[in-house]
Design a protein around this ligand. Sequence first.
Ligand code: HAM
Length: 422
Amino acid sequence: MRVCARVPTLPAPTARGRMQPLKGFRDFFPQDLAHLRWIQSAWHSAAKLAGFEEWDGPVLEPLKLFTDKSGDEIAGQLYAFEDKGERPVALRPEMTPTLVRMLSARAGALPKPIKWYSVAQFFRYEQPQHGRGREFFQWNVDVVGSPHPAADAEVIAVAVEALRRLGLSDEDLRVRISDRGALAAFLVALEVPEELHLSVFECIDKLERDPAATRRLTEILGESRAAELLCACDQFPLSRAERLGVVLEACRDWGLGACLEPDLRIVRGLAYYTGTVFEIFARGAKLRAVAGGGRYDRLMSDMGGPPLEAVGFGMGDMVLSLLLAERGLEAPPGMRLEVLVIGTDASMLSPAREVVRELRSRGVASETAYAPVRVSKALRSASNQGVPRVVLVGPDEWAERKVVVRELSSGQQRTVHLSELD
Ligand code: HAM
């Protein structure tokens, strides 16, 4: 796919003369952005509270970074093109390969475990649907350089902490968790050759979404082995998943007991997971996963870096927004205008600006009109905007550098010197 150097033709205006964003992409009006920022601030605070450091990487990466290791599903959803230097590039569909690339170069010098998180925008050419877009924000939390099950449990605890901070309770959430290692051992016991494991994982991952997945599983394994595997999926043989047992214990230490559901059907679509895999769902809602992650102990060395183990997850904003709306949870009101400064006549425009400057320098959110406005109209506008206080700047008081402060709820007012204004 080549990118044209010429200026692209803009989409034709619609009948109403407006242009729409691309399918699967979103406009963020102030209220939408306030909602997104609320979610993101829960992500930031939960990660920081647990000692994770924020990082970021480029939005555009070499195409190969994603085609080599992410697996066929993501590779088929890439926004990929050639840049003007004829280099194959892609908009990032996920963060993990970038994390691995960056750490491959520096990990040796960093104390372990490395605990990093990021909040970034991603692009996947998927069929837009409920909770799924072609652009979305995702929170990534990863621990690199620790093989311990306690690291797996900590990232899950951090994910749940952010959800709790947004007002969701443990009764709202299910953490479905499995271990690809346990599943692989089960397949070995069924004498399924290792080269077939990934295809079996892909089928199991699709069992709940794609009716053809069971047929495909039978084609790969034969009827009796497929039946045995499906039976194990219904009743997780936890006795054969020793490491998962330790992860579950550590999760209980973090107070997650009520949300944990060991489930062999969770394998995850991405190719690089090697051990623990988990997805967080809303209980009782027909929504896709809010978050998903797992352990990827071989990715770093497979990509030419040091042999460092890693575990982490990604949580998207779209399914989460739907879940929050379903539960009636919304962003608390943000910082509003605290004071409207009104010049009582045209000669007071400049003093009103000086008053605003003074207020802003003291951290008070304030504004004044650009042009003369009738006082009655300005008062009406202040009350419509929900501004709690106005400051009236009139020639008589201003002659002594004073102004009138009026509380709109009570109508009480006082005259104060500019230096006493707060
Ligand atoms: P993922 O399962 O592909 O994992 O994505 C994680 C989460 O991102 C999903 O559960 C969903 O909330 C959100 N998400 C994914 N695709 C879309 C989309 N098209 N529209 C809206 N939301 C979406 C990964 O990306 C892994 N790299 C996560 C990870 C980090 N594993 C280890 N560390």
